[in-house]
Ligand binder design. Sequence first.
Ligand SMILES: Cc1cc2nc3c(=O)[nH]c(=O)nc-3n(C[C@H](O)[C@H](O)[C@H](O)COP(=O)(O)OP(=O)(O)OC[C@H]3O[C@@H](n4cnc5c(N)ncnc54)[C@H](O)[C@@H]3O)c2cc1C
Length: 353
Amino acid sequence: MDYDIAIIGLGPAGSTLARLLSSSFKVIALDTKHKVGNEGFHKPCGGLLADDAQKAFARQNINLPADILTDPQIFSVRTYDLQTKLVRNYQRSYVSFDRHKFDLWLKSLIPSNVTVLHNTLCKEVRRIIDGYQITYLDENKNEQNTTAQYVVGADGANSLVRRMRYPHHTIRQYVAIQQWFTDQHKKPFYSCIFDNESTNCYAWSISKDGYFILGGAFPKKEAAQNFEHLKQKLIKQGFIFGEPFKTEKCLVIYPNRFRDFYTGSENIFLIGEAAGFISASSLEGISYALDSAEILSKILNNGAPNPNKRYYQKTIQLRLKLYSKIIKAKILTTPLCRKLLMKSKVQHIKRIE
Ligand SMILES: Cc1cc2nc3c(=O)[nH]c(=O)nc-3n(C[C@H](O)[C@H](O)[C@H](O)COP(=O)(O)OP(=O)(O)OC[C@H]3O[C@@H](n4cnc5c(N)ncnc54)[C@H](O)[C@@H]3O)c2cc1C
């Protein structure tokens, strides 16, 4: 075998695993993003670091550099129910950051003993005796092969590793669309928007560095039309858009069954969104990417026998927590439940105008 471990994808999950693995392993990591700069793959993302992700960084003894933060930092989210026209204001302690800079910074923390191939696309993971052969296109678009005993699928929502190795473990995928505008609102704000006519998931808006970002997750069929439909409704609510500066699209996992969370088998491990680890109620996924990578690193570093079984067992709490988010999502996206919750004004903060 060329390597002990091959990591496919260096988003928050893969980069964290590459950082935490023992230097006694020979590790290769493949990622479509470039090493530096604005070229290459950008993950569309709200760029909000939730409490649980902050906790993971606290545990991993990592401080966030100031140059990846965005302006301003906002402490509340305005929640809109477009059916009932109810609006509530809830306190949040997110840290707002530039997602692309964040991903490149996490990659930069990977120790030099790990072989990192940037601007590289994994095309196939094939079973061979004692391990796997990984076929990839290198930065010059030449096809190459390497072999490893363990493979880690950290390749996100549309994971090639999951699709190729576990075609029966499919998971519901939605299309996430984000549009960027020059922010023309009087005051920057975050919002969370429910509109069952446009989507049975949810939408959001975020003010960042002078931009106003409107995003939403939609069933694949007619996603673009539903996004436009939602935009028109929001204009009536006082949102200001103007000409979009850029539009981003990607697949996002929207889990709705416990079995959607799949951790892998036969020396292949899935971490982060590839494993289905994303909150169905908020689409927050960075904390689960960091946590699952940390759990797997401990198991591999300990050299425990049957690491797939151990990883499955050690992620039970994480999977139960994610299941509770599925239930929460079902409640929040059911118009009557949402109306009752919002009418109750529990945790609502009245703003001084
Ligand atoms: C629109 C949107 C907004 C979101 N906002 C937030 C938010 O504000 N806060 C939050 O916590 N979460 C948010 N999420 C969720 C969060 O982005 C993901 O859960 C998180 O990025 C998962 O990390 P990951 O490392 O598992 O996967 P990813 O971040 O998707 O990383 C996968 C990596 O694998 C690489 N890759 C993929 N395929 C291949 C291949 N074949 N070969 C080589 N490399 C490959 C990609 O280049 C990428 O770098 C949002 C998601 C979406 C879609």
